[in-house]
Ligand binder design. Structure first.
Ligand code: SF4
Length: 262
């Protein structure tokens, strides 16, 4: 079981050492089934939080790995939605005991409406949420959510989280042909949420959905210019010397390296 993997070079986070608290060998566990997901179709679409990887196993692997590789940040991501791991809060605190490196969580934001999840996410230094739609119809078309996820609830959760969170909260928008014409309306919703940063992205590595062109992304940027944003084609990448968990890095690269995931 590859719990720790990387670091991967992330245009958003630098050398990001990943922690996978779900660890699915095949497929993934997620509350979304995004049309552009680099991990393929969601094999377990759920909103139920469960224990997948015991915290002590993660701790042991992380201690070992940090002796072998250099990283700038520890990032909870992996083969599914990290907030579905029941021990996420406990695992973040365990990381804090082991290292002073900042801790990030990449989430699709669907569980932010839950108080327990917001409390656990608040333990991290950086939270990157996701919003690819300005309404329920586009959410259905792009993210194919679990039937228990509604657009209003999703946005409500993000606003509640923003209100109580002191760390850096960024929201990524993955632009694909299916939502490109909604850029203006997506920007309006994000402005109401008020993140510290917006990350304008498009699947730049192999994905079931092709990327938008640099020109299209440039046009999209116009809608976000009153906010602090970074954009996929303008981002710089860092060089990685040595990695662990190579198999998983190959599988997840697109997800954290500027491709197609929360
Ligand atoms: S891109 Fe992220 S949120 Fe979407 S299905 Fe894949 S893992 Fe889930």
């Amino acid at each position: 079981m590859e719990i720790i993997y990387g670091p991967v070079s992330s245009w958003r986070l630098g050398r990001s050492l990943g922690i996978d608290l779900i660890c699915k060998e095949e497929g993934k566990v997620c509350s979304f089934d995004c049309i552009y997901c680099s991990l393929g179709r969601t094999t377990e679409k759920t909103l139920e939080r469960k224990l997948y990887v015991p915290t002590d196993l993660m701790e042991e692997d992380l201690r070992k790995t940090l002796k072998e590789v250099d990283a700038d940040i520890i990032t909870f991501s992996g083969t599914g939605e990290p907030t579905l791991a029941l021990n996420l809060g406990e695992a973040i605190m365990a990381v804090r005991k082991i290292t002073d490196l900042p801790v990030a969580v990449l989430t699709n934001s669907t569980l932010m409406v839950r108080e327990d999840v917001r409390r656990e996410l608040a333990k991290a230094d950086v939270i990157k949420g996701k919003l690819d739609a300005p309404n329920g119809e586009v959410l259905e078309a792009v993210n194919r959510p679990h039937q228990g996820v509604g657009f209003e609830e999703l946005v409500k959760g993000m606003k509640l989280f923003r209100k109580g969170y002191r760390g850096k909260f960024s929201i990524e928008v993955m632009f694909v042909p299916q939502n490109v014409r909604y850029a203006g309306r997506i920007a309006e919703v994000i402005k109401e949420i008020g993140p510290d940063e917006v990350q304008i992205n498009t699947p730049t590595r192999p994905s079931p959905v092709g990327p938008l062109t640099p020109k299209q992304i440039e046009e999209i940027e116009e809608n976000f210019k009153t906010m602090n944003f970074i954009s996929v084609y303008r981002a710089e990448r860092v060089r990685i010397e040595k990695i662990v968990g190579g198999k998983k890095v190959g599988r997840l690269k697109r997800r954290e390296g500027g491709g197609s995931r929360s």
